[in-house]
Design a binder for this molecule. Structure first.
Ligand SMILES: Cc1cc2nc3c(=O)[nH]c(=O)nc-3n(C[C@H](O)[C@H](O)[C@H](O)COP(=O)(O)O)c2cc1C
Length: 484
């Protein structure tokens, strides 16, 4: 049975000519991230840094990044033709996620080739970059799955949650109480017990894409569905959590339930493009590290101004999938397409007044309201929802500001949303941030725009962006004559 791991994925990228080894000596302190920033802007390849200053002799010497920094690579991950359009990729992901694949449990695997416990644990052995100049140290957790286990159901949950190395055996994390591991943590707090945690670095890319998105259902099964092959799991050494047997590195540990153990985490350069502030937050004390021989560390740069980051190319596709699934579960008819971005755009075939408000209420009424999607725009057929200019022009022609801009006040929001007041973003105090949301209903308002005879029974005047077909043909034929 095959089990695509990070190495197989890198080989696939290499065979496509979309992979580059950086053999020049580079500094983990700011230099690596600036290289990645430039590669994002160029739309460049996946990168394996093989020669990192200070890591010539550590147990891990290499860093892999930007595996997913292009839509074509996301298609490759799914085994699709590289030029499959984002709209089609989303449809295929939705189909596959309807058939989750149960993982296969195995006794051991490559990740158990080396086991380090207790005093021998030293996180500084990992070639973790300092991603932004003002980051509070080296953020080890940027593009890895964090796995916890619900004490009631025994189910594994995988999420992507940032974390920084505080000392040889401590990782400070941003835990939002409303996220799945936050809910699990509150159960451990009620029991007065430390929560076991496992951080998984370097594996099949589908796992990170699913873990970084608010999917409904067990992430291992859904990642299996995306790659169309079950994930093979082994048990951790110091807890019952299960992790991929072919992962590069797994860091195991425990999070104390006692807030007096919290330490300062942050600032960190976030996906918003701004530094998230420092606050006292939970800490994971590391109990064990297991790793393959010559393990490859995995991380990713977020918070860039230009270019396509890995997260934009991969996780935002998944956000479209997740939001569309919510509308499907709520049985809202007429949804044609969903595109997540700074504005979440939904294309519908409108069949009743109030449809757009129902869509916004369903999305923000879901547990995912705490994700940074505070603007939803609903449009009808004929609008390219992945084109910001088309959205702006639709706003101009369809929106009556007094009726169609609807604010949903005091909702659950994202603590990394810097438009919110500093105090309203205190995630441990409020459980989530407090945010207002905006719906832009850019569908035709049937009350304001009844069908009109002079427009052939349509609600809007015909658009005027064309000539008669015979004139278009004539101009095509004579084009050279005009000397233009
Ligand atoms: C690169 C990256 C970093 C993230 N950092 C955090 C974080 O620090 N804290 C957090 O709560 N969510 C973070 N997220 C979002 C979560 O991964 C996302 O909400 C996911 O759905 C969490 O899993 P859950 O739904 O099982 O809680 C991050 C996502 C990505 C892709």
């Amino acid at each position: 049975m095959s089990d695509r791991d990070l190495r197989a994925w890198m080989a696939q990228l290499d065979a496509e000519g979309d992979f580059k080894r950086v053999t020049a000596k580079v500094d983990w302190d700011d230099e690596i991230s600036q290289i990645i920033r430039k590669v994002y802007v160029q739309g460049g390849p996946a990168l394996l840094f093989e020669n990192i200053k200070g890591h010539e002799k550590t147990f891990s010497t290499k860093l892999f990044t930007n595996g997913l920094g292009k839509h074509s690579r996301v298609n490759l991950m799914l085994g699709l033709p590289k030029d499959t359009s984002p709209a089609d990729t989303i449809k295929i992901i939705r189909q596959r996620m309807k058939k989750p694949l149960e993982p296969v449990r195995v006794k051991t695997g490559p990740v158990k080739e080396n086991i380090v416990k207790g005093k021998d644990v030293d996180l500084f052995q990992l070639p973790v970059p300092k991603w932004h100049p003002l980051d509070n140290g080296r953020y080890i957790n940027t593009f890895n799955a964090t796995v916890t286990r619900d004490p009631d159901t025994g189910l594994n949950n995988a999420g992507v949650y940032r974390g920084t190395i505080l000392s040889k055996n401590k990782i400070g994390v941003l835990l939002m109480p409303m996220k799945d591991w936050g809910i699990t943590y509150s159960k451990y707090q009620e029991m007065g017990k430390p929560m076991p945690v496992a951080f998984v670095y370097g594996y099949d890319p589908t796992l990170i894409v699913v873990a970084g998105s608010p999917v409904i259902g067990p992430e291992y099964n859904l990642a299996g569905a995306l790659r169309q092959e079950p994930i093979r799991l082994v048990k951790c050494e110091t807890s019952d959590i299960e992790v991929p047997a072919a992962a590069e590195i797994v860091v195991e540990g425990f999070m104390s339930p006692d807030p007096s153990t919290y330490e300062v985490e942050g600032p960190f350069g976030e996906g918003s493009g701004f530094y998230g502030e420092a606050r006292k937050r939970p800490v994971v004390e590391v109990s064990c590290i297991t790793y393959r021989n010559d393990p490859i560390f995995r991380g990713s740069l977020v918070g860039t101004k230009e270019g396509i980051t890995e997260i934009r190319a991969s996780v935002s596709n998944m956000m479209s999938v997740v939001l569309w699934n919510i509308l499907e579960a709520a049985e809202i008819p007429g949804v044609i397409d969903v595109a997540s971005g700074p504005i979440t755009a939904v294309k519908i075939h409108k069949t009743y007044q109030g449809q757009a408000r129902q869509i916004a209420a369903a999305m923000w009424g879901s547990k995912f309201a705490g994700h940074p999607f505070n603007i939803i725009m609903v449009v009808e057929e004929g609008v390219d929802i992945r084109n910001p200019a088309a959205l702006m022009s639709t706003m101009h022609s369809r929106v009556n500001f007094n009726r169609d801009l609807v604010v949903y006040p005091l909702y659950m929001g994202s603590p990394i949303d810097v438009s919110l007041a500093y105090d309203l973003r205190a995630e441990l105090e409020y459980g989530a941030a407090v945010a207002d949301k905006l719906l832009i209903d850019a569908t035709t308002d049937w009350q304001l725009h009844p069908p009109r005879e002079e427009w052939g029974g349509q609600r809007f005047p015909p658009d005027c962006h064309y000539s008669l077909p015979e004139t278009e043909e004539l101009v095509e034929k004579r084009w050279k004559e005009y000397g233009l």
